[in-house]
Design a protein around this ligand. Structure first.
Ligand SMILES: NC(=O)c1ccc[n+]([C@@H]2O[C@H](COP(=O)([O-])OP(=O)(O)OC[C@H]3O[C@@H](n4cnc5c(N)ncnc54)[C@H](O)[C@@H]3O)[C@@H](O)[C@H]2O)c1
Length: 331
């Protein structure tokens, strides 16, 4: 199939390699012109995915209209907070093409998910043509060909099955789902839990704490996800507990690493100044807290993360607040 990938970062480049290997025609859009030229000329992406040559068959461009030309599928592999502006620039171009989002986050300004942003920005957009892919898919492991499973969610079973069949390989096994809300919320909120897990690692709180954090984190993700219309069973699936386990335990998980540095005492600003790649959880934490407030959902871990990240609350005090809340029945 002819596929445009918008975003030549860590995950977009990985998908480009994987799909090119499966025989698809790939056009990769990188918004940063010098970076796009460097990748196109050197056939390497040292900034975002070092160590993996980019075959000549992958067309790399900084011109979004060139990337979109003739595409049957448009893949979104950009940060959540820039997604709306990118969609605005292609609002008339999508026609009947399938839009597949790889994005895991919630927009801070609107509190909307990517499926909602697509409906708002793309002219005559039919949600049946939208799908989202999520799960435990840390890019460098996928790029090196290690076995991976993920879920593709769409309102339309035909759309989800088309992507499932076109993208599955012996190393990438895709499942389908009709629960867009659940899969999008699970993918976004696990990044907030990864920050919490990282803070716990940085404070050297041990494995019991990590186990409790994962369990209560999943309860929190499910509560908020369900309140917004997601299905409970989705949160026990690949995009829920699957991704949560990976992102909260992997040494290379970006959000967990940011949390770990904060747990050791660095400031958020210091860390963000040094980062090349996006850590979605930082922006999604605030949005998730606001969504929870609007929907009367209790999200103590997200609250604690926001206090540490944005309100100068020392991590030890935030931890103490979490542990000494009113005692409850496990739900
Ligand atoms: N990396 C992974 O392992 C992984 C796995 C699954 C999902 N995701 C999700 O995929 C999305 C992209 O992640 P990534 O890891 O590829 O990020 P990245 O930081 O590696 O790459 C981001 C890409 O967006 C581009 N970009 C930055 N600012 C932009 C702007 N203003 N306009 C247009 N493009 C801009 C960058 O140039 C780059 O090509 C995120 O939502 C992330 O959570 C990542």
């Amino acid at each position: 199939m002819r596929i445009a990938i918008l975003g030549g970062g860590n995950w977009g480049t990985t998908l480009a390699l994987l799909l090119n290997k499966s025989g698809h025609q790939i056009r990769l859009w990188e918004f940063d012109e010098p970076q796009a030229e460097l990748v196109a000329q050197t056939r390497k992406n040292e900034r975002y995915l070092p160590g993996y040559p980019i075959p000549e068959a992958i067309f790399v461009t900084s011109q979004i209209h060139d990337a979109m030309q003739g595409a049957e599928i448009c893949i979104l592999a950009i940060p959540t907070q820039v997604c709306r502006s990118v969609l605005k620039s292609i609002n008339k171009l999508t026609g009947r093409m399938i839009v597949l989002s790889l994005i895991k986050g919630i927009e801070q300004s609107s509190l909307h998910r990517v499926s909602e942003i697509c409906q708002e920005e793309l002219e005559d957009f039919d949600l049946k043509n939208y799908c989202t892919l999520s799960g435990p898919t840390i890019a460098p492991e996928v790029a090196s060909g290690l076995p991976t499973s993920a879920v593709v969610a769409s309102k339309s079973p035909e759309t989800a099955e088309l992507i499932q069949k076109a993208f599955s390989t012996s190393a990438m096994r895709l499942y389908t789902s009709e629960d867009i809300v659940g899969v999008e919320m699970a993918g976004a909120l696990k990044n907030v839990m990864a920050l919490a897990a990282g803070i716990s690692d940085g404070m050297q709180l041990g494995y019991n704490t990590k186990g409790a954090l994962l369990t209560r984190g999943l309860a929190e993700i499910s509560r908020l996800g369900e309140a917004l219309g997601g299905k409970r069973q989705t949160f026990s699936g690949l995009s829920g507990i699957g991704d949560l386990i990976t992102t909260c335990t992997s040494p290379v998980s970006r959000n967990r690493t940011v949390g770990e540095r904060i747990g050791r005492g660095e400031t958020l600003q210091q860390i963000l100044n040094e980062m090349v790649m996006v850590a979605e959880g930082v922006w999604t934490a605030r949005a998730a807290r606001e969504l929870a407030k609007q929907n009367n959902v209790n999200v103590p871990i997200t609250d604690a993360v926001c206090q540490v990240l944005f309100e100068g609350v020392p991590q030890k005090s935030a931890l103490n607040n979490l542990m000494t809340r009113d005692l409850k029945v496990e739900d």
